[in-house]
Design a protein around this ligand. Structure first.
Ligand SMILES: NC(=O)c1ccc[n+]([C@@H]2O[C@H](COP(=O)([O-])OP(=O)(O)OC[C@H]3O[C@@H](n4cnc5c(N)ncnc54)[C@H](O)[C@@H]3O)[C@@H](O)[C@H]2O)c1
Length: 264
């Protein structure tokens, strides 16, 4: 029987020290996977890994650094004994009107969101393809955003970085298929979650005068969402578990909206 049971699978979650990555690490572990929590935040990341139990690990990872990826994959292989799932979740959000664009801040966001995700796909492919360190094929899930599917003022560059993840996902799935890597690649478009990043955005759009207050900004988002609420981190984590599992075994190269219907 095909289930969402991930027993015996090894999953690495980037940006796993907090927010959506932390919730995803918990959901994957609850589904039976052994999880490597990968993040630049060593203290918080280690606490998340410990909270999952003994058959999980923290690995230090800066997603923008090739050598850091090499080390994190090697550490995961050594501590957990394989690699079947990579969730490219680490991301930054910078809010700016286009007329106020700060190139340095935008470049760093693109470096983390786009190059970091691309390097994650690269190292997942290298490890999971036949002859790789893990070698059994597997699954990559990239975390894009509803921002890739709507036009929301003040997040032009963030939206562009998430649209780039969408295209990366589709080309990666094609390369994997054509070159026989045996790795499915999909992405998720999460709706707004009321966490540090999500409420940070609501604060920013109120500060910029696009909405009269933080509450009005949140109400506007909910008003454009058929399901009538913001997303939760668990909503997103559940979708990642589905895409990581054999339940989605013929789902490849897609972007899955998990946004209550807000996206178009
Ligand atoms: N929060 C939302 O409303 C929302 C909505 C849609 C999409 N997303 C996306 O979901 C993902 C997670 O968002 P979140 O809300 O949990 O954000 P968050 O800021 O709470 O967590 C991001 C995590 O990524 C880590 N990180 C940042 N740069 C890194 C790097 N170079 N290498 C490794 N780790 C790094 C941080 O240390 C942190 O633990 C992001 O890609 C974000 O764009 C979030």
């Amino acid at each position: 029987m095909i289930t969402t049971d991930l027993s015996g699978r090894i999953a690495l979650v980037t940006g796993g020290a907090q927010g959506l990555g932390e919730a995803t690490a918990h959901a994957l572990a609850a589904a039976g996977a052994n999880v490597a929590v990968a993040d630049v935040q060593d203290g918080r990341g280690s606490k998340v890994a410990s909270s999952l139990g003994t058959s999980h690990a923290f690995v230090h990872l800066d997603v923008t650094d090739d050598a850091s990826w090499d080390a994190a994959i090697a550490e995961t292989m050594q501590q957990l004994g394989g690699l079947d799932v990579v969730v490219n979740n680490a991301g930054l959000e910078v809010t700016d009107l286009i007329v106020d664009l700060d190139a340095a801040k935008a470049m760093r966001m693109i470096e983390v969101n786009v190059i970091g995700t691309a390097l994650g796909i690269k190292h997942a492919f290298r490890a999971m393809q036949p002859g790789g360190a893990a070698g059994h094929g597997g699954v990559v899930v990239n975390i894009a955003s509803v921002a890739a599917t709507i036009a929301f003022p003040s997040i032009a560059l963030y939206s562009a970085s998430k649209s780039a993840i969408d295209r990366l996902t589709r080309v990666a799935a094609m390369e994997s298929g054509q070159l026989g890597y045996g790795v499915r690649v999909n992405c998720v478009y999460p709706g707004l979650v009321a966490n540090e990043m999500g409420i940070g955005l609501a604060n920013d759009v109120a500060r910029l005068g696009l909405f009269a207050s933080v509450e009005e900004a949140v109400t506007a988002v909910v008003g454009r969402t058929p399901s009538g609420r913001l997303a939760t981190a668990e909503d997103i984590a559940d979708a990642v578990v589905f895409l990581a599992s054999d339940r989605s075994k013929f789902v490849n190269g897609i972007g899955l909206p998990v946004d209550g219907g807000m996206g178009m």
